[in-house]
Design a protein around this ligand. Structure first.
Ligand SMILES: [Zn+2]
Length: 120
């Protein structure tokens, strides 16, 4: 039943059963897939064993998840508060500018105001 495979890398002929080309070490696509799936399965088994052996680790991961959730909430809050704060700040600056313009129109510059405050 074993097919003969021609290595796409070096052209060597070898049996399908072999995972890799005995001449150059290139793995066949099928073999590579099998190997990959096998590794995935190993990881899955490892994770299962890990979960059974270390329940405390699960608690840690829950804590981690909660921490991440809190951080996300803080970021979201910042995203809401920051634009609000900035718009208030922009408003204050606008009021300040209007004040300056008003004072300028009155013949008083802010430079003079600063000097008077320094004198105090
Ligand atoms: Zn080869």
């Amino acid at each position: 039943m074993s097919k003969i495979i021609v290595c796409p890398s070096c052209g060597g002929h070898y049996k399908e059963k072999l995972v890799r080309c005995p001449y150059c070490g290139t793995a066949t696509l099928e073999a590579e897939e099998k190997e990959y799936m096998g590794k995935l399965e190993d990881i899955r088994i490892d994770l299962e064993e890990y979960g059974e052996k270390a329940p405390k680790q699960i608690n840690k991961s829950i804590v981690k998840t909660i921490l991440i959730a809190i951080i996300v909430v803080i970021i979201l809050a910042a995203c809401i508060i920051l634009p609000l704060w900035m718009s208030i700040d922009a408003k204050n600056k606008k009021v300040q500018k209007e004040k300056e313009e008003f004072l300028k129109n009155q013949g008083i510059t802010t430079g003079m105001l600063e000097v008077t405050t320094y004198d105090m």
